[in-house]
Design a binder for this molecule. Sequence first.
Ligand code: KG4
Ligand code: ZN
Length: 337
Amino acid sequence: MNVLGIETSCDETSVAIISENVIAANLISSQDFHNQYGGVVPELSSRAHLQIIIPLLKAALSKSGLNLNQIDLISATAGPGLIGALLVGLTFAKGLSFSLNKPFVPVNHIEGHIFSGFLMNDKPEFPFLVLVVSGGHTLLLLVNNFTDIKKLGTTVDDAAGEAFDKASKMLGLGYPGGPKIQNSAAMGEIGKISFPISELKDPFNFSFSGLKTAVLRFIQNHNSLHGQLSENDINDIAAAFQAAVIKALIRKTEKAINSFEVKSISLVGGVAANNVLREEFQKLGDKHSLKVVIPSMDFCGDNAAMIAIRAKQLYESGSRFDLDFVPFPGLTNQHFS
Ligand code: KG4
Ligand code: ZN
């Protein structure tokens, strides 16, 4: 089976083809021009998706050596995401499905991330715990099989990636914040500064807004006492911030490991690209003798390969969809709540 995946939920246009079980193409075009605005501008994002989607599809077909008539299943992200951006990929995929007379599968973006470990040679084994850390979402879930997914916890305020982006902005490091903080933190002194980690009543929920405020207060105090932050100060703050986020993520995951019988743990989403988080997550799995699956870098950030593989799983589990499927909130083909 040849599956086409299309992802246009935010600032990456991506087209992928999975041929049998091989990722024949996974092309990602990032809209770097948003950097100058300090965040994603929705209308500009939709327009850029519209311009690149056909050339990207042609490039993916040529990379995979297939033609459109050889595609058996067509999928696109149905949400959550920016509505104008989603509509570009979704209507394009529906149009292809109609004209080629091939089935269409709308994919929930978070479920794409949840199952992105299945793009690796060594796949998660059920039941598994998955920590989803992206720009818009922070979730801890128990996955029993491809359609039985239980949400254990989520953030009560900012997502982990959003916290990285906001802290980076405060430190003047720019957007997207994750990679900038990671690089700055690598040069900082760990332990010189320490930021608090929120403890919530619910054992599996997260909160990052207190940490964000602590960083802001630290910068304000420093500015009034010592003037502008030096490069070393910025690096030390980045190191302390990153350590606090990672500690919170690892602590909650460990609580879940201790509460549920699982065979593996998986770390997914844009923030899973963070090298220190990857190391700590691996150590956590090793400590509890669990299989650890962390997708390679190309599959952490937004990509269409994860959309295609999720579509394949749903189609093979018997799910069928109409072309009148619309990406309204609450109607994004989500299997957990
Ligand atoms: O999954 P993703 O590409 O998009 C969403 O679905 O949100 O995640 C993007 C997020 C951004 O907030 C970005 O700052 C963060 O992932 N990110 C990182 C790293 N690389 C990207 N966060 C921490 N460390 C990184 N190396
Ligand atoms: Zn994402």
